[in-house]
Each structure stands twice: as structure tokens, then as C-alpha cells.
Design a protein around this ligand. Structure first.
Ligand SMILES: [Zn+2]
Length: 82
């Protein structure tokens, strides 16, 4: 069965699941304070948002807000988040 990898945006810890969603609700065992893991391919696309396109509060944005910026920049499309 195909699995999908999800990553903690803070420490990079990953887990695998057999379903494909943008993110999963999961407390990181490394005490990062994150309660979401983001699908790896989406996370990588979000990381590609250029400095110039990032709002000033980029680091404080939730992953879903960052995804919206990545979509605006054309790095992520709807099929990625379905
Ligand atoms: Zn973590």
C-alpha cells in the first residue's frame, strides 16, 4: 500500500500514514509545541516561497496560512491540497 510522509515543521521528525491529506493533527514527541504534521511534498513547496513574497509575520503564520501564500505564488495548486 502506498504511504505518505508527514513532517514536523519544527524538528523535521516524520511519520507515515496510508492516507493523503494536507496535514495531520499530531503532537510531536519531541515537544516542539506543534500539533500538526504537514505532508512532506507540501511542506517543501511552502519552503520555496521566496523571501520577497513572505509576509512580515511569516514565522508566526499557521501552516494553513503559509499554504495560502504558496498557492498565491503558484507553488501549490488545488490538487495538492485535496
Ligand atoms: Zn517536532
Amino acid at each position: 500500500m502506498r504511504t505518505y510522509e508527514y513532517v514536523c515543521p519544527d524538528c523535521g521528525n516524520t511519520v507515515e500514514r496510508d492516507y493523503r491529506v494536507p496535514s495531520i493533527v499530531r503532537s510531536c514527541e519531541n515537544d516542539c509545541g506543534w500539533d500538526h504534521y504537514v505532508r512532506v511534498d507540501l511542506f517543501e513547496k511552502v519552503e520555496q516561497v521566496p523571501e520577497s513574497a513572505r509576509p512580515d509575520d511569516w514565522n508566526d503564520l499557521s501552516e494553513s496560512r503559509k499554504l495560502l501564500v504558496a498557492m498565491r505564488e503558484g507553488l501549490v495548486d488545488l490538487s495538492d491540497v485535496q
